[in-house]
Design a protein around this ligand. Structure first.
Ligand SMILES: Nc1nc2c(c(=O)[nH]1)N[C@H]1C(S)=C(S)[C@@H](COP(=O)(O)O)O[C@H]1N2
Ligand SMILES: [Mo]
Length: 320
């Protein structure tokens, strides 16, 4: 029971989603009074107070109302973040060894106003929004997570990409002293973890840059202080703890494609019709509700079919 009371705001959402918007906001407001005295299980204690205030003041906005949310405890303890180890429980166990603050992102490449961006610059004059997205890992499990952040396009446009900007390349921080996975001599990842999107994918309104989840700043194991969330692609495209964003002309290298090109492509759109060479992608284990695990069918583009026009005319078996 106490575990339920520690997540009040978001615990109410699946039911509240059936109410109208005003009632949702009221329900969330009432619930946050409850949360004031409760101890949240998270690694966000070291987030700056202005960020905590800003994230917590974001108005609740329910999208994909029919999905039941994953509880915060599951979404913050079953993770992939190889910088802290390859086990699902390693990120939560070792994330405290990494202190991200203060943070800066370098933005450059093919754009008219490159520059360095502090977390304050990123968040201060942006109005944050909350989005509930399904996250489908290529390993065939999925969650439903409420993120807080900004639309990626609104950030990218501030740097005025030029006509040679065909792709966007992202990089995770390298801090060998603080990230034990980066010290592992047998790691098959060549750090930094890198990812990329085609510019039209990056500018798509669904592409999101998160600084929070479940109404609080991002826990470190989930990619503090800022990560991508690309809901129609396999989870590994949603790169964590971003320090570099570059506009580039050619398709940039991506970590999982470098590690196993026959298994992971650049696009990596969720596609139940293209099995991974070693397993089917037709179904997934949905981790939601009170930690229930249910086997459900996987939807094309993870159900975000708005994006289909980005790929019209492309052979999705070839461009996986
Ligand atoms: N830098 C970095 N980003 C990463 C990863 C990683 O190992 N390193 N793992 C990816 C994978 S495989 C998934 S499924 C998601 C998991 O996000 P979550 O732990 O917040 O659920 O993060 C992605 N982003
Ligand atoms: Mo993943």
């Amino acid at each position: 029971m106490s575990r339920h009371f520690s997540e009040p705001e978001h615990r109410v959402t699946p039911k509240a989603a059936f109410l109208n918007r005003r009632q949702i906001i009221k329900a969330a407001g009432a619930a946050s009074v409850l949360s004031a005295g409760s101890s949240l299980v998270s690694a966000t204690e070291n987030a700056p107070s202005w960020l905590t205030r800003k994230v917590q003041s974001t108005v609740y906005r329910a999208i994909n109302a029919d999905d039941e949310l994953t509880i915060k405890e599951d979404a913050t303890s079953y993770n992939n973040f190889y910088e802290f180890g390859t086990g699902k429980d390693d990120p939560k166990k070792y994330a405290h060894e990494f202190d991200p603050y203060p943070w800066e992102i370098e933005v450059g490449g093919e754009c008219d106003s490159p520059g360095r961006l502090s977390l304050e610059d990123l968040v201060a004059d942006a109005s944050l929004e909350e989005r509930i997205y399904r996250l489908r890992c290529v390993e065939a499990w999925s969650m439903v997570i409420p993120w807080t952040g900004i639309q990626l396009s609104s950030l990218l446009k501030r740097f005025q990409p030029n006509s040679r900007a065909k792709y966007v390349a992202f990089e995770t921080v390298v801090r060998k002293e603080e990230m034990r996975g980066q010290r592992d001599r047998f790691s098959f990842i060549d750090w930094p973890y890198v990812e990329g999107l085609r510019i039209d994918e990056a500018m798509h309104p669904l592409s999101f840059l998160a600084v929070g989840m479940y109404g609080d700043p991002l826990p470190t194991q989930n990619g503090a202080p800022v990560r991508l969330v690309i809901p129609w692609k396999y989870g590994f495209k949603s790169i964590k703890s971003i320090v570099s964003i570059r506009f580039v002309e050619k398709e940039p290298p991506t970590t999982w494609n470098l590690a196993a090109p026959g298994e992971y492509g650049f696009y990596s759109n969720v596609n139940p019709n293209r099995p991974h060479p070693r397993w089917s992608q037709a179904t997934e284990r949905r981790i939601a509700g009170d930690g229930n695990i249910e086997r459900i069918p996987t939807a094309m583009y993870n159900g975000y079919t708005d994006v289909a026009s980005l790929y019209s005319g492309m052979d999705l078996q070839r461009f996986y």
